[in-house]
Design a protein around this ligand. Structure first.
Ligand code: NAI
Ligand code: MG
Length: 334
């Protein structure tokens, strides 16, 4: 039995969480869910977006499946997602984007995995007014230690999964110290993996290359902000945010979540696509070595994608969150 912290989250979070736990339970996953709260829901119920009980549970069990959390823009609390990644030293945010069967998109053969540095860069929250309302500044931090962790994770993943190439993304021509350091570490680590091809690309060129010819990429590693943006782009290449899962992995803890946010525009309407969150849960199953179970659920999802009458509207279906969930459960035994 695996003890796993479950945070349903905000907006569409509870709907997609219900879908995912229903499918995992139906597949016979041996999981004891420790239900916790965070984000806007926790702020409204308990006056704290990141309650101690939630932090203590993650500290104890070291594994969490987390729904999307709303972060207010501008005033209000700071991102709970960013705080949790930092607190549990979840240094690598791993975001695969793979062409799925029966999903319409402009490319047929995208299969890339983005590794995003998850604890520093421009996301450390060191912002200040130089002059109120007219001059603001923000600090980016890049350390050798964090860069090594995420870059080595990317190479180790490539090695383990038999992938051929690692592409490091930077802007070292302009950000000579921060991106320069990240790139230097990449070059050093690449030497330890002579069997894996290594290249680096400047981020703006990368954005164009990904849109023109995404099939050329395999494993990608980059700093926090670039990874955030490029991984949404990668989701778009394979059919949208409803289809890509993610893992936040550290040396001794991991938290799994979808790439997308809480989608307040469609919350409560039973139209949220649960696939992204389900794929995150499958990454979690693989993380705890439940590979056969993950494969079985993945096959059921692929089979279900054929029937557009049960798929959600974002992928051209006329179904709903619950209709899709029921269909996957039925397909588990085919
Ligand atoms: P979003 O990802 O929530 O939504 C962007 C667009 O994609 C919306 O039109 C939404 O309806 C659609 N969409 C997203 N997920 C979908 C799904 N599963 N099925 C169907 N359509 C889906 O991004 P947005 O609107 O920028 O952010 C909303 C809130 O989510 C913000 O408060 C933001 O801070 C938070 N957020 C949280 C994340 C997390 O918890 N890891 C990640 C990204 C955003
Ligand atoms: Mg994002």
């Amino acid at each position: 039995m695996h003890d796993i912290v479950l945070i349903p989250g905000d907006g569409i979070g509870p709907e997609i969480t219900k879908s995912v736990t229903t499918i995992l339970d139906a597949a016979g996953a041996d999981i004891n869910w420790i239900k916790c709260t965070a984000g806007l829901t926790a702020q409204e119920e308990l006056g704290n977006p990141l309650p101690d009980e939630t932090l203590d549970a993650i500290k104890k069990y070291r594994l969490a499946l987390k729904g999307p959390l709303t972060t207010p823009i501008g005033a209000g609390f700071r991102s709970v997602n960013v705080a949790m990644r930092k607190k549990f030293e979840l240094h690598s945010n791993i975001r695969p984007a793979k062409t799925l069967p029966h999903i319409e998109s402009r490319f047929d053969n995208v299969d890339l995995v983005m590794f995003r540095e998850n604890t520093e860069g421009l996301y450390i929250g060191k912002e200040q007014w130089v002059k109120e309302n007219s001059h603001a500044e923000s600090i980016a931090v890049v350390t050798r230690e964090a860069s090594e962790k995420v870059i080595r994770s990317a190479f180790e993943y490539a090695k383990k999964k038999n992938r051929k190439k690692v592409t490091l993304i930077h802007k070292a021509n302009i950000l000579k110290f921060t991106c320069g350091l990240f790139m230097e570490v990449g070059e050093e680590i690449a030497k330890d993996y002579p069997e894996i091809e290594y290249e680096d690309l400047i981020v703006d060129n990368m954005a164009m290359q990904m849109v023109l010819q995404p099939e050329q990429f395999d494993v990608i590693v980059t700093t926090n902000l670039f990874g955030d943006i490029l991984s949404d782009l990668a989701s778009g290449l394979v059919g949208g945010l409803g289809l890509t899962g993610a893992a936040n992995v550290g040396d001794d803890a991991a938290m799994f979540e979808a790439v997308h946010g809480s989608a307040p525009d469609i919350a409560g309407q039973n139209v949220a696509n649960p696939i992204a969150f389900l794929l995150s849960a499958l990454m979690m199953l693989e993380h705890i070595d439940e590979n056969d179970l993950a494969d079985r659920i993945r096959q059921a999802v692929y089979l279900t994608l054929e029937d557009k009458s049960v798929c959600t509207p974002d992928i051209g279906g006329s179904g709903s969150t619950t209709a899709f969930t029921e269909a996957v459960v039925k397909n588990l035994n085919k």
